[in-house]
Design a binder for this molecule. Structure first.
Ligand SMILES: Nc1ncnc2c1ncn2[C@@H]1O[C@H](COP(=O)(O)OP(=O)(O)OP(=O)(O)O)[C@@H](O)[C@H]1O
Ligand SMILES: [Mg+2]
Length: 254
């Protein structure tokens, strides 16, 4: 099977600091790859190269096996790459449908907003992700953290995202809502969407990820199938940069 995404030998420096240093990672359809590492390890920077927010100094990105040209977020969206940042970036005072179509509103043939079509499509997408969700008429600021997360995910996949980047999706959520986001992720996987799940907390990703990729000081320590390593071994990768036998070492391994 051809990987959905291949990032090969990515490098980017800010001033003299190698924020990402020769890092490689890939992602298959329907797969969750947990990107782990301490604060400042380079996780967000690596993923911002893929989402078009940062321009890399070096390296190649391939989508479906073909070289991809990603210079800005619009290019990335053209490849079906969507990012959900920790802040979610929702418009708090308007309802779910208005958030899903923010800046991309559907119009009737007469040039007016097509509220009927937008609400119908919103109900369809939200129904797929979170069938119990009923609060379509409420401003999103009144929703729970988990519900807000579903709105942000629905917005990302509404326009046919195939590659979803989630940067610390559960950092601000309680246990019940974290579980709800886990259910959302399983649903997306079943639809064949590939997900990069970024976290500095191993417990958040270990149960959801098919593979983990660990970064340290901008370098890739290694990657491993979650079933081939223990949590303690992955902690060793994060803290010490020590690659266990079940993992494939990267340039940052001890
Ligand atoms: N725009 C920028 N300008 C200068 N330095 C930056 C910039 N973005 C990131 N860095 C630096 O690059 C390094 C990697 O940062 P990055 O945000 O990618 O880490 P992270 O792994 O996402 O950490 P966290 O878990 O805290 O989110 C850090 O040393 C950071 O200070
Ligand atoms: Mg980060």
């Amino acid at each position: 099977m051809t990987p959905l995404v291949e990032m090969e030998n990515m490098s980017i420096s800010f001033g003299g600091i190698h924020a990402v240093d020769n890092a490689s990672v890939d992602l298959f359809p329907g797969e969750v790859v947990g990107l782990l590492g301490h604060n400042g390890a380079g996780k967000s920077t690596l993923i911002k190269i893929l989402s078009g927010a940062y321009k890399r100094d070096n390296g190649e990105i391939r989508i479906d096996g073909k070289t991809a040209t990603i210079h800005n977020p619009r290019d990335a969206k053209g490849y079906g790459i969507e990012t959900i940042y920790q802040t979610l970036a929702l418009a708090d005072n308007v309802d779910t449908a208005a958030n899903l179509y923010l800046g991309r509103e559907l119009k009737t043939p007469w040039g007016t907003l097509d509220d009927v079509a937008m609400e119908a499509k919103s109900r369809e997408v939200m129904g797929r992700l979170n069938p119990r969700f009923q609060r379509f008429k409420d401003p999103v600021k009144q929703l729970s953290g988990g519900q807000r997360q579903s709105v942000a995910i629905a917005r990302a996949i509404l326009f046919n995202a195939r590659i979803l980047i989630m940067d610390e999706p559960t950092a601000a959520l309680g246990p019940q809502e974290t579980a709800q986001v886990g259910e959302l992720i399983k649903q997306l996987k079943a639809e064949g969407i590939g997900i990069f799940l970024i976290s500095h907390d191993i417990h958040d990703v270990f149960d959801l990820a098919d593979r983990v990729a660990v970064m340290k000081n901008g370098q890739m320590v290694g990657t491993a199938r979650t079933e081939d390593v223990t949590k303690d071994e992955v902690l060793g990768m994060i803290i010490l940069g020590k690659c266990p036998p079940g993992a494939t070492p990267g340039p940052g391994a001890l």
